[in-house]
Design a protein around this ligand. Structure first.
Ligand code: LHQ
Length: 274
């Protein structure tokens, strides 16, 4: 259901990164097909832009994302039950995979309430920050649904079965502060500081050694699935790749010369020609 003329996702070019703002504030940025298309389009644009080296996802207004737009699923206006597996497969699984497999670091600033699939999207990002008081409302079971958008996976991996089960069965909620204390997200910060913190963090990643960050992300993810011996081999291979990169040479040189490193591609052409 689209009741606005503004784009449902706003793309802003930041300091070496792109900010994608979910923009349906009247519904707390609930997902519609149009918003999915906007987010996928924004990710494609960010991926294609060599000056963009990281992505920040956040929401406009007082919410981050209230999950699926439930007005699109009004039983009074439907002939029969919807095929939610089609909707999950077509939109949410596609989006979660796209974020997880994105070539550049993806951060998320949960600026206000996140619910249902909105939490799944926030947790799919590489680093998630939240306002201390932003509610993360799992919700699904409250409307007769099961966790989706990867939520059952991320909750269980990060919290363990006891807490994941308690949250999922009750459809309970955590504040951003509790989510950070429980290890579900990276950090919670006072609401008024969130935008600046998230933008500084994303800009820092954008200035970083892109290849090393990509390999680091892969290594951290692989660690959850394999024994130490296999992880040691993976680290060996990755370090071999990183050691051959110009970024490593620049990092060491900068250390020896007591200056900040300038990793390749971290600045645009204009910056280089100064
Ligand atoms: C909304 C929504 C919303 C539309 C607030 N839709 N308008 C499901 C189905 C299909 C396929 C794939 O996957 C999924 C997964 C899901 O995401 S299921 C989970 C869907 N989301 C929810 O169950 C959350 C529903 N919303 C809430 O429980 C509350 O609104 C929360 C806890 C998010 C916020 O509560 P409050 O801060 O008290 O705000 P509010 O309830 O007053 O909402 C403000 C407005 O936003 C209000 O509109 P109105 O015109 O009355 O001002 C809500 O109707 C609207 N809104 N969520 N999902």
């Amino acid at each position: 259901m689209t009741d606005q003329t503004e784009p449902s996702v706003v793309y802003d070019a930041g300091d070496g990164y792109a900010k994608l703002t979910l923009n349906r504030p009247k519904t707390l940025n609930a997902f519609t097909p149009d918003m999915h298309a906007g987010l996928m389009g924004g990710l494609a644009r960010a991926e294609a832009d060599p000056a963009c080296r990281a992505v920040l996802i956040t929401g406009s207004g007082r919410g981050f994302c209230a999950g699926q737009d439930l007005r699109d699923r009004d039983p009074r206006k439907m002939d029969g039950p919807p095929d939610l597996s089609d909707s999950v497969g077509r939109y949410y699984n596609t989006l979660v995979r796209r974020i997880r497999e994105f070539d550049k670091p993806v951060t998320c600033a949960v600026n206000g309430v996140a619910a249902g699939a909105g939490i799944g999207i926030a947790l799919a990002c590489d680093i998630t920050l939240a306002g201390e008081d932003a509610p993360l409302a799992i919700g699904f079971s409250r409307i007769g649904l099961v966790p989706d958008a990867g939520t059952s996976w991320t909750l269980t991996r990060r919290l363990g079965e006891a807490r994941a089960m308690g949250l999922a069965l009750t459809g309970g909620r955590l504040s951003g502060r509790e989510a950070a204390d429980w290890g579900l997200i990276w950090r919670a910060v006072p609401g008024e500081d969130l935008a600046t913190e998230a933008e500084n963090l994303t800009a820092q990643l954008a200035r970083g050694p892109a290849q090393a960050l990509r390999l680091t992300r892969n290594a951290i993810r692989a660690a959850a699935d394999q024994p130490l011996d296999d992880q040691l081999e993976l680290e060996r291979g990755y370090q071999g790749q990183a050691g051959r990169s110009p970024d490593y040479a620049e990092g060491v040189l900068a250390f020896l010369e007591k200056r900040k490193p300038c990793f390749a591609g971290a600045h645009d052409e204009a910056e280089h020609s100064k």
